[in-house]
Design a binder for this molecule. Sequence first.
Ligand code: MG
Length: 281
Amino acid sequence: MKLNTLPFLSLLMCLAAGLSAQDIPTLNWAELQKAKAWEATEYYKPEPPVVTPGYLTLPPSDAVVLFDGHDLEQWRKPSFGYGVNMEQISVMAQMMFDLNYNERSTAPWQIKDGQLIVVPGSGSIETTEMFGDVQLHIEWLAPVEVGKEGQQYSNSGVFSMGLYEVQILNNYENKTYVNGQASSVYKQYPPLVNASRPPGEWQSYDIVFIAPKFKSNGDLESPAYVTVLHNGLLTQHHVQLSGPTCYIGQPYYAPHPEQLPISLQDHGNKIRFRNIWVRRL
Ligand code: MG
């Protein structure tokens, strides 16, 4: 806003409030300039870190690269399977405090032509590193599967902390429950738009996940929040999660460690992945 428009706008605001121009406090510019009063609301530290943006969606300079087409060094087989309801999930969450995450086990998925491919029936995979608040980029492709429909057509998922799923599914001209379609926070929030590309085409998710925080007695201090861009379109805008993803029943929070692996779901379909990276927030 130009400085000389301020008195006019102030006058308009005062008139709207039933005040007259005389009610506007006059400014002593000489005094203000002596004290450089405007500097009181300007700050210089801490400086935002300088980050070299990636070309298009290639990893930026501060990313942890989780898959670049070469190997599965950043992945392993998880200690748990999928938790169906909160009775299971709350016990699993408690057990996560005692897991030895340094144990290595080979992730059982396939790499072909620089793509990571789900091996149906082999189970989900999870990162060897632990993460809390993150910005995650992942590209995925739902293969054409003639005759498949609904939740059976190219189902997978990105589980932040292994517990909170953003659904992967082919929802290009394939309907299912909306809070279970692609880019939904599964069983909690449908996407704002259906940004799905046809099966056989690469798609992307950019996910901002804010981890839930727990007090030392296990009570919830702050819930998890998720923002998602699907193929560059906003589909989840800082939605507040009501707990971990569960297939049956209502979710609620169960205390778990501050950082946990990110996992990718094996739901029996040969979903392909590429260019996976994450930034710690
Ligand atoms: Mg899924």
